[in-house]
Design a protein around this ligand. Structure first.
Ligand code: ZN
Ligand code: ZN
Length: 88
């Protein structure tokens, strides 16, 4: 597997304006879930890596403040429902 084809489905899109942010992997090396500020509209959103429980594809999901909507938590490959981040 070539390095530049690893996880091609990983990209960060602002849930407010759909602006696409390059190179999320740099951020994601440090954390599985974090807040980020959109460089386009300036608003903040949360992103997380969620592994599909069915096909084990890594999905990046972004959402505005609060909890992700269930319709946002679908695997991009098989559309299986992803496990939302647990809130403690
Ligand atoms: Zn934005
Ligand atoms: Zn899946």
């Amino acid at each position: 597997m070539a390095l530049d084809t690893v996880m091609p489905n990983l990209h960060l899109e602002c849930p407010h304006c759909d602006h696409s942010h390059g190179d999320p992997l740099e951020v994601l090396q440090h954390t599985q879930e974090d807040d980020m500020r959109c460089e386009s509209c300036g608003r903040t959103f949360t992103f997380a890596i969620v592994e599909c429980p069915q096909c084990e594809t890594d999905n990046i999901r972004t959402w505005a403040q609060g909890s992700p909507r269930p319709e946002d938590m679908r695997c991009c490959e098989c559309h299986h429902a992803l496990e939302a981040c647990e809130e403690e």
